[in-house]
Design a protein around this ligand. Structure first.
Ligand SMILES: Nc1nc2c(ncn2[C@@H]2O[C@H](COP(=O)(O)OP(=O)(O)OP(=O)(O)O)[C@@H](O)[C@H]2O)c(=O)[nH]1
Length: 531
């Protein structure tokens, strides 16, 4: 008989939902939680005018703008599995967060809007998934609206995203004529029932495509469906689990998330086919989830998630071993042992104190400023998981305080918000400026908004003459000192204490690199053991 550890590990399914903004990612998340029994009543999904908001959205700003700007983690049991669902922000200005979230999952679910098809962000996200051959399921959403022909959409996904499509469910009509979906493998028709009032409403199911009941209910659409399916089955690929697990084929589901429709089929197939926890690379070896000593890495940090507690939480993905409450872990980068007595687990929208967790699970550690994104925790072995980088920002602004008496608060706020990784703080060596770097412009609005609401600091961000930044290192201590002396006007310290070259132009950077060949200038920063 397999051990309890093996059984618990094998039942974990950890995945992220990704999509172009507005395709319905948050709605799908919420409906998965509803079908998973994690919530009883789905909130009317946020939107600029919506009065109630999706359970997975934490931030006020998100509600105002109607987009998801932060990813959240939710765990729920379904059938005999434990599902860990990681939501991601769709907007491109938050792509770093999405990128890092994707390092912590074993598979992904891609949501596509039936009217829009493959969009710009869908392509980018697909590229990220492909870096690790992450298996992807696809949900084509909003079938209650008029959209593109399903066959045409599958062709587009195959052409543009370069991945084979295998339809698992097939829609019966769309828009006003949308009647339901047919499950190709189970040979079952699920009929669509649009009235649900936020709760699960089961429409009728009919077994068998040749069932006369289908003609009774669908009229002429029944025959249309049979003909269409004959065509589809002849022209498209059959679901092949190995191809899916290798990241070469995506099983495709159709539905309407807002109407709770098509989600159950998706969830049932997801828990059956999606991969359990996978091995993860470190600087020296791969760590298998079968290893029973604990290891995990931090892929995300979030400040003030719970406004009442004002805490900072580091999200850690367990790669191997069992986490038990009160256990002692080695924080590898700073070579320090810490006892973790109050880790958190994320049960849908509630946080609960955790007794035990297994590979694939995400746990929340309280961060008092010592934990950084990319940090590894183990039971002693000096491992460092790889592939969780910080990217050099492309946009820079100087923080301007409206009330000079709030300087201490501003420092604290910026320091804590920058730990989250979406923005980076640079303090020049030669003046007292506070320069914020980000990959997307919306980040500055988020920081200004959060400084005000979470730290009560009124700050604005003004342009500054910095165009690009590089982390600098040099093996030769003496050379480094010379460089620090000569280039001091262009050097800064980031919030993690590392040295950064901030360049007013790309030409300036180029010249500095030529002048100091012994110095390494890096566009990404990954935390190893020795840093
Ligand atoms: N007609 C229709 N609208 C839907 C459906 N699912 C979601 N929507 C709407 O589409 C809009 C976007 O949905 P969200 O779930 O917020 O999309 P998102 O992908 O999370 O967007 P971001 O938060 O910007 O990343 C909302 O107005 C939803 O009400 C659906 O099945 N049918």
């Amino acid at each position: 008989m397999p051990s309890r550890y093996a059984t618990e590990t094998a039942r974990r399914r950890t995945f992220a939902i990704i999509s172009h903004p507005d395709a319905g990612k948050t709605t799908v998340t919420e409906k998965l939680l509803l079908f998973g029994g994690a919530i009883q009543l789905a909130g009317t999904v946020k939107g600029r005018k919506a009065a109630r908001h999706a359970t997975s959205d934490w931030m006020e700003l998100e509600k105002q703008r109607g987009i998801s700007v932060t990813s959240s983690v939710m765990q729920f049991p379904y059938k005999d599995r434990i599902v860990n669902l990681l939501d991601t922000p769709g907007h491109q200005d938050f792509s770093e967060d999405t990128y890092r979230t994707l390092t912590a999952v074993d598979s992904a679910l891609m949501v596509i809007d039936v009217a829009k098809g493959v969009e710009e962000r869908t392509i980018k996200l697909m590229e990220v998934c492909r870096l690790r051959d992450t298996p992807i399921m696809t949900f084509i959403n909003k079938l209650d609206r008029e959209g593109r022909e399903p066959i045409e959409l599958l062709d587009e996904v195959e052409d543009v995203l370069k991945i084979q499509c295998a339809p698992v469910t097939w829609p019966i009509g769309m828009g006003k004529r949308f009647k339901g979906v047919y499950h190709l493998k189970r040979d079952v028709v699920h009929l669509f029932s649009p009235t649900h009032g936020g709760k699960i409403q089961q429409g009728e199911t009919i077994q068998g495509l040749d069932n006369p009941r289908l003609d009774e209910v669908l009229g002429s659409q029944a025959e249309e469906l049979r003909e269409e399916l004959e065509l589809v089955m002849g022209a498209s690929h059959q679901f092949d689990k190995d191809e899916y697990l290798a990241g070469r084929q995506t099983p495709v589901f159709f539905g309407s998330a807002i109407n709770n429709f098509g989600i159950q089929e998706l969830l049932d197939d997801f828990v059956e086919h999606a991969p359990p926890p996978q091995p993860r690379p470190t600087e020296i070896r791969k760590v298998s989830p079968e290893e029973e000593t604990f290891s995990g890495f931090v892929f995300k940090i979030q400040a003030n998630m719970d406004p009442q507690h004002r805490d900072r939480i580091a999200f850690l993905r367990i790669c191997s071993g069992t986490f038990t409450k009160g256990m002692k872990l080695n924080h590898v980068r700073i070579q320090r042992d810490v006892r973790i007595s109050d880790a958190l687990t994320f049960l849908a929208s509630d946080r609960e104190h955790l007794e035990e967790a297994y590979p694939g699970d995400i746990i929340g550690l309280h961060n008092h400023g010592t934990i950084r994104i990319g940090d590894t925790f183990t039971q002693g072995e000096a491992l460092a998981f790889t592939g969780i980088p910080n990217f050099a920002p492309e946009l820079f602004r100087r923080a301007q305080l409206r009330d000079p008496l709030k300087m201490k608060q501003l420092h604290k706020g910026l320091q804590q918000l920058c730990e989250e990784g979406a923005t980076q703080l640079f303090r020049p060596l030669t003046n007292n400026d506070l320069i914020l770097g980000a990959v997307g412009i919306l980040q500055f609005d988020v920081v200004a908004h959060r400084l005000k609401s979470e730290y009560n600091v009124d700050a604005a961000f003004e342009t500054v003459s910095v165009q690009t930044a590089r982390w600098v290192t040099c093996e030769d201590e003496r050379k480094l000192e010379q460089f620090k002396d000569k280039a001091a006007a262009n050097l800064a310290i980031d919030h993690g204490g590392d040295l950064v070259y901030i360049a007013p132009t790309r030409v300036n950077l180029q010249m500095a690199m030529e002048k100091w060949p012994e110095v390494t200038f890096s566009a990404t920063r990954e935390h190893g053991i020795s840093q």
